[in-house]
Design a binder for this molecule. Structure first.
Ligand SMILES: [Zn+2]
Length: 422
């Protein structure tokens, strides 16, 4: 019986190997423990810890350059200057504002791309000065994602100084458009045009702590505008009402059923419209957000939402004996694809192994980051934190505790070298 079991076991393993070979994917992690024995890598890792004060100084400097969504140029120009001064090759800014610099290896492939995002959620004129209280830095954007940018730069600095050589090539990217209505436009440009078909592996350093995000929560966001002729609330009584239709739609959305696993959600987050209490409004609007890590579940909740809006409009018109008096326009204002990189994949296993050999603990988890896009394209991708401890991301009170933050720098550096192996 034991033998039968082992034969079956072997067959299963063979089948998995065959499938993996067929898919052209190797699921074994990079040899991170061996890399630790490499003199140049060792030197770079030691220097990453030693030069953490420089990394933190960079983090503060980047953070104090405002970079609201769609206005990342000034911070981008600073990253471009730093990439050039550190000796990256072919430093360039693409059409949407992503800043790229190459670290060529022995051959162009595998081509590993590591990125951190330039943009913040804070509008222009936000006070972005950073205050320091002991080990804690306070400032909007200090963790998300100035920490990522500073770690990105530290990797380049220490790999260059120690002359770390890699078989594959690396491109470092400071990208635009990760947050909110930026809608991943930086990575969309990167994967669809700037480096189309040239990226074999991707890591985004986003935020703080040490973790591996391998599940991408996708989202669809809509702004729905309900329109009608509008009129006097008394004199024109009997017209179909755009806000009436919206109310019906919200009630229907509230009754939608969604799976618990994977967690799938919906929310009507903002509403507005109307001009006065004694007018039938000519317009009402709402903003709706739906999320799931399962593309099919996201598509299903989206379809139900569309049906809810359409049915609500019909009912409102029917109630008042009209057809087409009120209409709704649904505008997709956010589209982050869902996806995941399997826990058994080489990139996730390498991500976890790199933490283990350094004596740190990394957990896998889910999130909504720049890696959503490559995950949806089935390109191996993960998002990691830049170390330290962050609180209140996306709030004016955001803070970053620098205690042992060097661990994040070391981790990202080792992972970078590991993912530029064959
Ligand atoms: Zn971020």
């Amino acid at each position: 019986m034991g033998r039968t079991a082992s034969i079956i076991g072997l067959c299963v393993i063979c089948a998995i190997c065959a499938l993996a070979a067929q898919a052209g994917r190797d699921t074994s992690p990079a040899p991170v423990a061996e890399l630790l024995q490499n003199a140049a890598v060792k030197a770079a890792l030691a220097a990453a810890k030693e030069s953490e004060p420089q990394t933190i100084a960079d983090q503060i400097r980047f953070c104090e350059i405002p970079a609201p969504e769609f206005k990342e140029e000034v911070r981008g120009a600073e990253l471009k200057r730093v990439f050039q001064s550190l000796g990256l090759q072919n430093v360039r800014v693409d059409k949407v504002g992503n800043v790229l610099g190459d670290y060529p290896g022995a051959s162009p492939r595998p081509h590993f791309v590591i990125a951190a995002h330039l943009d913040t959620v804070f509008p222009e004129a936000t006070d972005v000065r950073v205050k320091r209280e002991g080990a804690v830095l306070r400032g909007p954007g200090i963790g998300d994602d100035c920490r990522g940018l500073a770690v990105l730069v530290a990797i380049v600095r220490e790999m260059k100084k120690a002359n770390v050589q890699t078989p594959g090539s690396i491109t470092f990217v400071a990208n635009v458009g990760e947050e909110g209505l930026g809608d991943l436009r930086g990575v969309k440009q990167l994967f669809n045009e700037t480096l189309k078909d040239q990226i074999d592996r991707f890591v985004s350093i986003d935020g703080t702590g040490i973790h591996v995000t391998n599940v991408a929560v996708g989202s669809h966001r809509y702004r729905v505008t309900f329109k009608g002729p509008g009129g006097h609330s008394f004199g024109a009584f009997g017209l179909a009402n755009p806000i009436g239709a919206m109310g019906r739609a919200i009630a229907k959305i509230g009754e939608m059923q969604v799976p618990k696993q994977p967690k799938t959600t919906f929310n009507v987050g903002r509403v507005g419209g109307g001009t006065s209490v004694n007018s039938i409004p000519f317009e009402g609007w709402m903003e709706v957000d739906m999320r799931s890590s399962d593309p099919a579940a996201l598509a299903a909740v989206d379809a139900n939402f569309q049906k809810a809006v359409d049915a609500a409009v019909v009912e409102e018109n029917q109630r008042w004996g009209h057809t087409n008096m009120v209409a709704a326009v649904k505008e997709l204002v956010g589209d982050r694809p869902a996806g995941s990189t399997p826990e058994s994949s080489a990139i996730v296993r390498t991500g976890l192994a790199a933490a283990t050999v350094l004596g740190f603990n990394a957990n896998v988890g889910e999130g909504s980051t720049d890696s959503n896009l490559p995950m949806s394209l089935k390109i191996p991708a993960i998002t990691i934190g830049g170390g330290g401890r962050g609180t209140d991301a996306h709030a004016l009170t955001e803070s970053f505790d620098t205690t042992d933050a060097w661990k994040g720098t070391q981790y990202a550096l080792l992972l970078t070298v590991a993912l530029a192996q064959r």
